[in-house]
Each structure stands twice: as structure tokens, then as C-alpha cells.
Design a protein around this ligand. Structure first.
Ligand code: PEP
Ligand code: MG
Length: 587
């Protein structure tokens, strides 16, 4: 920044971890390592090889240490990435090639190792497959670590951060993220990344405010600049003025006291002031989240994203493995119901372990995703359907298909489900004959032709994340247009209302399980439109319950009918916000 330009600069990003941080920037520019190049005397060559082997041992120990630390802080699944790193360091091809190059050239081992590693990184990075490209990142990460050890330098300058600063980087690798000292990092901001990048996972687990997707912020800042990170709204303010700081000081205080007010309703029922009970359910990705579902008193699970079982396994889980995972959740929550969604890979969730099943696509969000891929791979799909059916014998299960675009797809999915049932009967394996089957409504065609789907299923669950993305033509992963993603758009409201009406005309329950359901400000609108259930990340339940307990459903209905008359999304939002603020009364 120009040191004379003291005016504040407000820049948008994507809110990734809640909270507000203010402090000086620690600009983490991952500088290229300077690798000396020299010839090693023939009599010193055995010692050079021993030095290399020693560096590999030290690096292996470093990785094990980080892995243990991450397992302790974040759990085994998050630490899996380091298994891949250990595999790189034990890769005989990489080691053997380095030693051969060294014996041939006599150049110092750093030069040889770097050249071999770069060849591997290039080869992997050029493959047009997301999973294999990630392996290039693993090799890069490990190679850097080995080189640091060989050169006697600290592995990552992030580990040297001792003063309290806000880390600003282009991107942060898993090892780097794991090395961050909680007491020194006030906040994290990255140009790249998404809500699910590793730096974000670490930030959330450490409760550090974080923002991603700031594009070129690193080029606009200097080390030591003052920065305010608003992890609630996803805004970065460079050189904030006194009034801004005062405002944020108040915001932070209010947010903290508000959060403790929210937790006070955790044990109370989700009931409106006019006595209507609302069903609030949880979205989960892994069986170990059952504890959170219980802690936040959710009425079971409204969306279990099964793809995470496939993604974390790295390969196709068998029917037995799936059955075990589903049964764990179902028995853990019985008699509450668990809505298990069939595999939704593709889009922003490439399937590792089988790069050929989906393959690279120009438009993955419009591509071979979810039910489309499952219908083309019926045996794989039926493995999952049988596993879900078998789990239904242990409690209350609902099955739900993602990305249905029309009746034909739903018919084909249901036909495979019928086959799965027949197969289980032949095997004499029990399942719930009355298991309810629902459709996610998240493609505009499904919303507009909902009557055709309603005749073929038992419930609707609206996936607002995708529905809004497809309705407004806004790639949900593109940080550049993220600000255009607007649930208050009149088209969104009209379509939501239409889905609810269609579902109810056919006596179907209609729930919302996209992120909009967990944004407390939208709860009155959705419930006022007639939505029957809301499903959200477990930790968001208290905030939604709080507004439900502070409003009358009759007022929410009036709000919804007013909102539907609006033509300007800003005015619609103002209406929704005013309704919320009047009842919540944040000082
Ligand atoms: C959605 O699209 O709103 C949804 C709940 O599904 P996902 O976020 O997994 O695509
Ligand atoms: Mg979706």
C-alpha cells in the first residue's frame, strides 16, 4: 500500500471462519528456495548420499509429528493427507532417480533431488485430472520440506510467526496450515481457496477468523499493514478508519454476547410464539457428527451427504462398508429419522481413486454429476441403495436423490431401487418396506415440473445452494461472482414458493437443506412460505431456533407474502432483515 494513502480500502472475499480480527499483516509470500549448485568431490560422494538419506529420515519424522498434531486437533480424517505425504517420501522411484542422477552428474544432492522432484511435479500437474493434480501438490509440499532440511532452514516461515499477526497468503498448504500457532495467528486471509480448503478447516477448528478468495490481495498489501478481517460477512478492510474500528468493536461485542444468548435456547423447543412447532434437522457429512446432532438437539438428520464417505476413502466403499457407516448413524439417532442422500460427486467434488468414472469436464457443475453418474453406473448405485435399505432395518431412514432434473430420471432411479429391494429379499436381508423416498429440488427444471416429480416420490427437499446457482447462472465456487449469489432475488423467491405449493398440493412434506436454511435471517421467510422443515449444519441450529421462538408464524406468513410482491432484491432483503432485527433486538 502507498504509505501516504491512509484511506481505508474495503475488499470482498468469501467468509470462511467466523469472527473479527484486527492487526498487522504477516505477508506470507512463499518464496522460491535458493538452491546452491556445485560439484561434490568423488571422495565425498558416499557422505553426500548419507546426508540425503538422513534428510529423508528427518522429514519423515517431521511429517509424523505434524500428522499426530493434526489428528489430535482435527481428527483422523483431516490427517489422512499426511499419509499421502509419507508415501511420497518413501517413493523408491523418486529416491532412486535422485541417487542415479547424483552418481551420474556429481552435482550436489539438493540440485539432483530438486530436478527429479520438479520432473515429477510437472508430469502430475499436466494431467487433466483433479485428483492426480493434487498428488503434484503433495510432491511439491514434501520436496520443499526435504530441501529445507538439506539446506538447514526452517520448514515454513509460518511456523516462525510468533508475534500476533494476520496471515495473508496466496494459498496455504496442509503442512503450512498445520504449523500455524494458534496464539500467534489473529486471522487468516488467502487469495485462493474455497470454504473447504485446508487452511480454512484448520482456521475453523482453531476458531480463527478467516476469509478466502480475495483474488489479488497479496499484491495490494505490504508486511505490517493494518487489516481488519470480518469473518462474518467475508470482508477485508485495509487501513480501517477510527469510525470503522469503533463500529466493528461494537459488532464484535454484540456478536459475542449474542452467541451466548443463542446457546441459551439450545435445550428449548423450536416453537413459535403462536404455538407452532418447527422441525429442525441437521446436515452431516460423517458418522462421527452424530454427537453434534445430539448436542444441538436436532430432530434427526435432514441431509447426510454420503459422498464424503467415498471421497475420504479414496476409493469406492463396498456395500458392507457403506452399510456399516449408515447403520452407525441410524442406530446412533434412532428413533429420529435420518435422510440419506445418494452419491453426489462431480461438480466441485471430484471422485478420487477412480479418475475415469467422471473424468475432466469443461463445465463440471453442468456435467456428469450425482444421479446422472449413478444411473450410468447401476451396479455401483445399487450397492449404495442396498446399503441404505439395509440400514433402514435399524431405525428410521429416508432416501433422497440429488440433482434430479425430470421424471424420467426419477423413474430410472426408483426402478433401480425396486431391483435393490428384490435382491435383498432374495438374500433374506431385512429392510424397512415403508422407507420414504424423496427428491432434492435443486435444478430449475425440477422446480418448474415439480408436479411430475411429486407423483413419483414421498417428499421434496430444496437444495438452495444448487438451485440458486442454476437459477441465477452463478457458479457457486467462483469467488469473483460470489456477491451476485442472492437468495432475495425475486426469481428465487417465486420458485421457492412454487415448489412449496406443488409439494403441498400433492400432500408432500417440503424441507430446505441448502445453506439458506441455516441462515437465521431467512428462516421466517421460508417458514412463512410454508416450508415444513429446515435442515442445517448442527452448530447453526440455536440461531435458527432463536428467531423461531421470537416470532409468530402468522407474522412470518405476512412477511413472505410482502416479500413475494417485491421487485427489488435489496428491498426484499431490507424487509427480511427488519423482520429479523425487530425480533432479535441486537444491541
Ligand atoms: C444444495 O445444493 O443446496 C445442497 C444441499 O446440496 P450440496 O450443497 O451438497 O450440493
Ligand atoms: Mg446440491
Amino acid at each position: 500500500m502507498d504509505p501516504n494513502a491512509q484511506s481505508e480500502l474495503v475488499l470482498p472475499g468469501i467468509a470462511a471462519s467466523k469472527g473479527i480480527a484486527y492487526g498487522q499483516v504477516f505477508l506470507y509470500m512463499q518464496s522460491e528456495l535458493e538452491i546452491p549448485r556445485y560439484t561434490v568431490d568423488p571422495d565425498k560422494r558416499p557422505a553426500e548420499i548419507a546426508r540425503f538419506e538422513q534428510a529423508l529420515v528427518v522429514t519423515r519424522q517431521q511429517i509424523s509429528k505434524i500428522q499426530a498434531q493434526v489428528t489430535k486437533n482435527l481428527g483422523e480424517e483431516e490427517a489422512l493427507i499426511f499419509d499421502a505425504h509419507q508415501m511420497v517420501i518413501e517413493d523408491q522411484a523418486l529416491i532412486g532417480e535422485t541417487i542415479r542422477d547424483f552418481q551420474k552428474s556429481g552435482l550436489n544432492i539438493e540440485t539432483c533431488f530438486n530436478a527429479v522432484a520438479e520432473r515429477y511435479i510437472r508430469a502430475f500437474a499436466e494431467i487433466d485430472d483433479e485428483y492426480l493434480r493434487e498428488r503434484a501438490a503433495d510432491i511439491k509440499d514434501v520436496a520443499k520440506r526435504v530441501l529445507h532440511v538439506l539446506l538447514g532452514q526452517a520448514a515454513s516461515s509460518l511456523t516462525e510467526l510468533v508475534e500476533q499477526r494476520i496471515i495473508v497468503a496466496h494459498d496455504i498448504s496442509p503442512s503450512e496450515a498445520a504449523g500455524i500457532d494458534r496464539s500467534a495467528a489473529l486471522g487468516i486471509v488467502t487469495d485462493a481457496g474455497s470454504r473447504t480448503s485446508h487452511a480454512v478447516i484448520v482456521a475453523r477448528s482453531m476458531k480463527i477468523p478467516a476469509i478466502v478468495g480475495t483474488n489479488d490481495l497479496t499484491t495490494k498489501l505490504q508486511d505490517g499493514d493494518w487489516l481488519l478481517v470480518d469473518g462474518y460477512d467475508g470482508v477485508v478492510i485495509v487501513n480501517p478508519t477510527e469510525p470503522t474500528l469503533l463500529r466493528y468493536g461494537r459488532v464484535e461485542k454484540a456478536k459475542k454476547s449474542f452467541e451466548s444468548r443463542l446457546m441459551a435456547v439450545n435445550e428449548l423447543p423450536a416453537e413459535t410464539l403462536d404455538g407452532v412447532k418447527v422441525t429442525l434437522r441437521a446436515n452431516i457429512e460423517k458418522p462421527d457428527e452424530v454427537a453434534l446432532v445430539k448436542q444441538y438437539r436436532a430432530d434427526g438428520v435432514g441431509l447426510y451427504r454420503t459422498e464424503f464417505l467415498f471421497l475420504s476413502a479414496g476409493k469406492m466403499p463396498t456395500e458392507e462398508q457403506q452399510y456399516a457407516a449408515y447403520r452407525e448413524i441410524v442406530t446412533g439417532l434412532a428413533p429420529a429419522s435420518v435422510t440419506i442422500r445418494t452419491l453426489d460427486v462431480g461438480g466441485d467434488k471430484p471422485l478420487p481413486g477412480d479418475p475415469h468414472l467422471i473424468g475432466p469436464e469443461a463445465n463440471p457443475f453442468l456435467g456428469f454429476r450425482a444421479i446422472r453418474m449413478c444411473l450410468e453406473n447401476p451396479e455401483m448405485f445399487k450397492n449404495q441403495l442396498r446399503a441404505v435399505l439395509r440400514a433402514s432395518a435399524h431405525g428410521t431412514v429416508e432416501l433422497m436423490y440429488p440433482m434430479i432434473s425430470g421424471a424420467e430420471e426419477l423413474d430410472r432411479a426408483n426402478a433401480l431401487l425396486a431391483e435393490a429391494r428384490t435382491e435383498l429379499r432374495q438374500r433374506n436381508q431385512p429392510f424397512d418396506e415403508k422407507m420414504r423416498v424423496g427428491t432434492m429440488i435443486e435444478i430449475p427444471s425440477a422446480a418448474l415440473a415439480g408436479d411430475l416429480l411429486a407423483e413419483r416420490c414421498d417428499f421434496f427437499s430444496i437444495g438452495t445452494n444448487d438451485l440458486i446457482q442454476y437459477l441465477l447462472a452463478i457458479d457457486r465456487g467462483n469467488s469473483r461472482i460470489a456477491h451476485l449469489y442472492d437468495p432475495s432475488h425475486p426469481a428465487v423467491l417465486r420458485v421457492l414458493k412454487q415448489i412449496v405449493n406443488t409439494g403441498h398440493e400433492h400432500q408432500l412434506k417440503v424441507s430446505v437443506c441448502g445453506e439458506m436454511a441455516g441462515e437465521a435471517i431467512y428462516a421466517p421467510l421460508l417458514l412463512g412460505m410454508g416450508v415444513d422443515e429446515l435442515s442445517m449444519a448442527p452448530t447453526l441450529l440455536p440461531s435458527v431456533k432463536f428467531i423461531i421462538r421470537a416470532m409468530k408464524l402468522s407474522d412470518a406468513r405476512l412477511l413472505a407474502s410482502e416479500a413475494l410482491k417485491q421487485t427489488d432484491p435489496k428491498k426484499t432483503f431490507a424487509l427480511i432483515e427488519a423482520f429479523y432485527n425487530e425480533r432479535i433486538k441486537v444491541e
